[in-house]
Design a protein around this ligand. Structure first.
Ligand SMILES: O=C([O-])C(=O)C[C@H](O)[C@@H](O)C(=O)[O-]
Ligand SMILES: [Mg+2]
Length: 421
């Protein structure tokens, strides 16, 4: 089987005004959708960030893939390295750690790699989970991802407001959590912090603890706090959190917090590439790493990460950005085949109101998604939806994620300084 053509479609999907340390989500989230065609008439699907820098890198690589066998993943990496060289560009946004050429390269590799796994599975008539070694679980549990948010975007993008309403205090977060748990059955909850002063966010966690006594809870301010503030929150939430995620920035900062608090510290900011692991292990900075196949270099690399975490006794969880069904399918196959992944995975999926894959395959039952059993990733494109979301991209008025500018519309002079507290 040989790759004959690659179609890359940037899309924009409606996204609620979710708050974080940088500001607020734009009214649309951007993604790149990959269709990799072969001489056998099969098409493999991939999905990644839609930011222009990534899109440009994907477009540079695409024509070079003609003739490649989708089973040759080492060949895929070689072509990508040759094409992008050592200057792939710094493309990721600030919420997943430092941008680097290597991370951009890993992101591009991942997008095409997932499409190749899909092709391999389709060619063999096997689901991707089987190519990754077989299922270690039939369903993959996800956690309910809670965000502080206003009820509407400002300015109004002209579409129906989202169904989640306002949540700018502990009461609003508990109500949001109730809807997440009732609607999706989530068995654990994660609160995106870095929005209110740390003690108020700790109070929101305590309110969640009262309302959901059995649910493991996580809090993630995306490095918004100083070491001192992080320790204070860690002590206040002693015995309450399953883990505290990126309270402060950097390996040394996290290590200083880890020495003083009882709960594990997790990260998708200070350990986001293989080169970060040795220094983090040396000072015991993090006890849980959130994998994310999108920027760790794909499904193979994510399993290498799992093995390294196992070796050093580090827990493994999974990170998410706003994503569509192709990514959810890839995450579910990966998690379905990865025994080290013992924490419920993150997902933004409940905030999604439009997808490019057909309905009904990826459903949350009791907070979990069944690993698809059809060939490849097990999802197919809905071409009408893809065209509609592509048109939305052309009209949305931006080509790169930016949480700061829309925040300045809400709060003039907004300065996304880190740490803030
Ligand atoms: O766990 C995390 O750090 C994230 O999920 C980062 C995301 O970008 C999230 O903060 C968001 O979507 O605003
Ligand atoms: Mg995080």
């Amino acid at each position: 089987m040989k790759i004959t053509d690659v179609v890359i479609t940037p899309i924009a999907m409606k996204d609620p005004p979710l708050r974080n340390i940088q500001g607020i989500h734009q009214p649309y989230a951007l993604r790149s959708i990959l269709q990799v065609g072969t001489d056998e008439g099969l098409t493999g699907l991939g999905e990644t960030y839609g930011d222009l820098a990534i899109l440009s890198a994907l477009r540079k690589v695409a024509p070079r893939l003609t003739g490649l066998d989708p089973f040759d993943l080492n060949g895929l990496e070689r072509i990508i390295r040759e094409t992008l060289g050592a200057t792939a560009g710094r493309a990721t946004h600030g919420l997943v750690g430092e941008a680097s050429d290597e991370k951009t390269l890993a992101t591009v590799l991942s997008a095409f790699e997932v499409a190749c796994w899909d092709l391999q599975g389709r060619a063999l008539g096997r689901p991707v989970v089987e190519l990754l070694g077989g299922k270690v679980r039939d369903t993959v549990p996800y956690s309910g991802y809670l965000f502080f948010k206003p009820s509407v975007h400002n300015p109004d993008p002209g579409y129906e407001p989202d169904r989640w309403g306002e949540a700018m205090d502990a009461e609003g977060i508990v109500a949001q959590a109730r809807r997440m748990v009732d609607g999706y059955g989530f068995k654990s909850l994660k609160l995106k912090g870095g929005v209110l002063p740390p003690s108020e966010e700790a109070d929101a966690i305590l309110a969640l603890r009262d309302a959901f006594p059995e649910h493991p809870l996580r809090l993630d301010p995306n490095a918004g706090w100083t070491v001192e503030s992080s320790i204070a929150v860690g002590k206040k939430l002693d015995g309450v959190l399953e883990y505290l995620e990126d309270p402060t920035g950097g390996i040394d900062g996290m290590a200083a917090v880890a020495r003083e608090v009882s709960m594990p510290l997790a990260t998708n900011m200070c350990v986001t590439a293989f080169s970060h692991i040795p220094p983090a292990v040396k000072v015991d900075a993090v006890q849980v790493v959130l994998s994310d196949h999108h920027f760790w270099g794909g499904l193979r690399r994510s399993r290498e990460l799992a093995a390294i975490c196992r070796t050093f006794g580090i827990g493994l969880s999974m990170h998410s950005n706003s994503h569509l069904g192709i990514s959810l399918a890839a995450m579910t196959h990966l998690a379905g085949a990865t025994p080290e992944l013992t924490y419920d995975c993150d997902t933004h999926y409940p905030y999604l109101v439009e997808d490019v894959v057909q309905e009904g395959v990826l459903e949350f039952i009791d907070g979990a998604v069944r690993v698809p059993s059809a060939s490849g990733l097990g999802v197919d494109l809905d071409l009408d939806s893809l065209a509609r979301l592509a048109e939305q991209y052309d009209k949305c008025g931006f080509d790169t994620r930016d949480d700061i500018t829309p925040m300045r519309a809400v709060q003039p002079g907004w300065d996304p300084v880190i740490p803030r507290w």
